[in-house]
Design a protein around this ligand. Structure first.
Ligand code: PRP
Ligand code: URA
Length: 208
């Protein structure tokens, strides 16, 4: 496996341990996903380019740095919405795109049903967000869709990844960097991440 960045931090581990628990109710699951997303933004955005800018303070002039190109956020529906708010909070200048994808429960293949991508995605870096990387089919097709629409610079952010998904993305996109809070053991026979956290979309939205 390569280009996989596991963001290790005691607070992330602590919050993830509560979030994974099957007894954790929806409202707490949402809040924890949001908290972990906020903590992850710090590492995910570390290599963004900055440019100098002169700022007049009440006391004098300061040469500061600001983002040269605020990234575009793209989230995969539905579960990606659960992590989007934290990234929007830290990157308030970022336009936001959506990709609707639903994994077929029998074939495990993603089916695309919606796309709305900001034009800035062609010139700015894109942060693609989906909490779960299982087989890698959804993330892989999302990257393919973005590239077909002229997007050149993409990083993928998830909460929990399976080795199968990381390997699939590595094989399909050798230069794609993947950020995750946890790399789990494997997929089960239904394509669920083990130990994982169950169905992220269902847990965020109270369905299932
Ligand atoms: C989940 C998850 C990912 C996908 C991961 O979404 O949010 O998008 O499965 O699986 P993969 O790596 O095998 O493609 P799902 O299709 O269940 O849709 P939902 O978010 O609407 O529940
Ligand atoms: N999608 C989820 O929400 N959870 C998994 O474990 C796998 C795919």
């Amino acid at each position: 496996m390569k280009n996989i960045h596991i963001i290790e931090h005691p607070l992330i581990d602590h919050k993830l341990s509560i979030l994974r628990n099957k007894e954790t109710p929806m409202h707490e699951f949402r809040r924890l996903l949001d908290d972990i997303g906020l903590l992850m933004t710090y590492e995910v955005t570390r290599s963004l380019e900055t440019e100098p800018v002169e700022v007049e303070t009440p006391v004098g002039k300061a040469v500061c740095n600001r983002l040269a190109k605020p990234p575009v956020l793209v989230t995969i529906l539905r579960a990606g919405i659960g992590m989007l708010g934290s990234f929007m909070q830290m990157l308030p200048e970022s336009p936001v795109g959506f990709l609707g994808m639903q994994r077929n429960e029998e074939t495990l293949q993603p089916e695309s049903y919606y796309s709305k991508i900001p034009s800035a995605a062609r010139t700015h870096p894109v942060i693609l967000i989906d909490p779960m990387l299982a087989t890698g089919g959804s993330a892989g097709d999302a990257v393919a869709h973005l590239q077909a629409n002229g997007v050149e610079e993409i990083v993928f952010v998830c909460l929990v990844a399976a080795p199968e998904g990381v390997k699939a993305l590595n094989a399909r996109y050798p230069n794609l960097h993947i950020y995750t809070a946890a790399l789990d053991d494997r997929l089960n026979e239904h394509g669920y991440i083990v130990p994982g956290l169950g169905d992220a979309g269902d847990r965020v939205f109270g369905t299932g």
